[in-house]
Design a protein around this ligand. Structure first.
Ligand code: PLP
Length: 495
């Protein structure tokens, strides 16, 4: 069955999967959605005997229907290889009353690697299929994590170049070190004098610059985006939910068909949307618990049916979830609006004009699968300490939001359904917050001292991603004003 993709904001002509990956965003500003969510066509029992790569193929072939078997397997094998520090790619660890699905064993030790290690291959394959001759230039603004994961994914991928802009004084020292030490002849990293919004606005301006696009085309280049709304990032994220169930079944932890709950620490709503798609494909999932930090716009939405971004932006120790506009929620809104693009477009217009929209009671009725949860900073720290003290297991600050929100849900609902928690970052990426939660005394130690101490107390090896930046030479030192971004891009491309 061929799956085509259409925009959430209008009913213009549908496109193929490879075209949707190349375009990223629809011309009307909407997101691409599959016109139908395909059902799994192999049994859970069969899946339980498969490797990560095999499960990836069984899931992704249902969505990327214009890719040949060879093309898709090729992308999968190039993505999920020794870049990951474990052959199982996404291991499950049982601790307390939950299973932690560790999505941080890739090159940059955060879950963004799960999709960004395959996106470059999906993109270059899509370019070939659509006879795109130009070199693809990925342009990204980052507040820290996405930039490094995209750099690692695109480094030395033939037919691509990547340029990442980050706020010079707006990322953590570890994040900056990770980016400016990036290897790969096709990678460029630039600090800008300004904040993340300036970087983001500058990048959007370059994407919309038609004169620049024409000039680039003449020189054999075109822009593309590695942004989290690309369907080429969403589809690979469905895989690990299917895989986690298959592992539980294979290990005899669930009976075939037994429902599980899934808890996801959420920012842009991409990861949890992938779990929702997995459920709609027939994976036995009962509740999807959407966990927020103090920026709990989604918790309030699931309580009240009102999405309201007009509130104070709070900086937390789970920065990758400090978001007030969850872009991927639009795909859910479109679906519960009965796949009505006009209705969805009206909500999105209201969000962009007034920062708020209210869904109807009928739409609210279609959110039964979801529960909103949240956890304060203190609740997260207590969770990290509690898990460590009792089980010797250390989780990062984002995963702690999910674990703490789940503990509250379980206490209130008395629901004892077996539960998978998406563990989205290695504790080594947020060492200081994690170690401080375990014991205040650690705050006086230096960054790499803390890394060694974490290794000792958790009895885990320091990940390669952290080892590397201890000594890696700085390879990128361009810094520019935000008005100079266009010149910098042209210079990198030799134009
Ligand atoms: C990006 C990110 C999240 C949020 O994921 P979304 O798909 O944006 O909801 C959570 N945790 C970590 C560590 C992340 O990097």
């Amino acid at each position: 069955m061929e799956i085509l993709y259409k925009s959430t904001r209008s009913d213009s002509t549908p496109v193929t999967a490879s075209q949707a990956i190349l375009k990223g965003l629809a011309d009307d500003g909407g997101l691409f959605v599959p016109m139908e969510i395909p059902a799994l066509d192999v049994s859970l029992k069969e899946l339980s005997g498969m490797t990560y790569q095999e499960v990836a193929y069984e899931v992704m072939k249902l969505y990327l229907t214009d890719f040949t078997e060879e093309e898709l397997k090729n992308c999968i094998n190039k993505a999920y290889d020794e870049k990951f520090d474990t052959e199982v790619i996404a291991p499950l660890t049982e601790a307390g009353n939950a299973f932690y699905l560790e999505l941080y064993h890739g090159a940059t030790i955060a879950f963004k690697d799960m999709a960004l290690s395959i996106l470059p291959h999906l993109l270059t394959t899509s370019a070939k299929k659509n006879a795109v001759k130009n070199e693809i230039v990925i342009l990204t603004a980052t507040s820290g994590d996405t930039g490094k994961a995209a750099l690692a994914g695109f480094a030395d991928v033939e037919g691509t170049r990547i340029i990442v802009f980050y706020p010079k004084n707006g990322v953590s020292p570890i994040q900056e070190k990770q980016m400016v030490t990036q290897k790969g002849a096709n990678t460029h990293v630039v600090g800008i004098h300004g904040n993340f919004d300036d970087a983001q606005t500058g990048v959007k301006k370059l994407f919309g610059d038609t004169a620049l696009a024409k000039e680039m085309d003449e020189k054999g280049f075109q822009f593309s985006s590695a942004n989290s709304i690309n369907i080429g990032r969403l589809v690979p994220q469905i895989v690990y939910y299917v895989y986690s169930y298959a592992m539980l079944l294979g290990q005899g932890k669930v009976e075939e068909g037994e429902k599980i709950n899934v808890v996801v620490p959420t920012g842009n709503f991409g990861n949890i949307l992938a779990a929702y798609y997995a459920k709609n494909m027939g994976l036995p999932i009962d509740k999807l618990i959407c966990a927020s930090n103090d920026n709990k716009v989604l918790f309030d939405f699931f309580q009240s049916g009102t999405y309201d971004r007009n509130r104070e932006f709070i900086l937390t120790s789970s920065p990758s979830m400090d978001i007030l506009i969850s872009s991927n929620l639009e795909r859910l809104i479109y679906k519960i609006a009965g796949n009505d693009s006009a209705k969805n477009a009206a909500f999105m217009a209201s969000l962009s004009k007034d920062g708020v929209y209210d869904i109807t009671d009928e739409m609210k009725g279609k959110l039964q699968d979801f529960r909103g949860g949240y956890a304060s900073e203190q609740e997260c720290f207590d969770m990290i300490k509690g898990l460590y003290d009792e089980f010797g297991y250390v989780i990062d600050t984002h995963t702690a939001v999910a674990a703490a929100a789940y503990a509250k849900y379980r206490a209130e609902s008395k629901d004892t359904t077996k539960t998978v928690i998406a563990s989205t970052a290695s504790p080594y990426k947020f060492t200081r917050s994690v170690m401080k939660a375990i014991d205040e005394k650690y705050d006086s130690m230096g960054d790499f001292e803390l890394v060694d101490e974490l290794s000792r107390i958790s009895n885990t090896d320091v990940p390669k991603a952290i080892e590397e930046i201890r000594t890696a030479p700085v390879l990128h030192n361009t810094v520019c004003e935000k008005e100079e971004m266009k010149d910098v891009v042209k210079k990198f491309l030799g134009m």
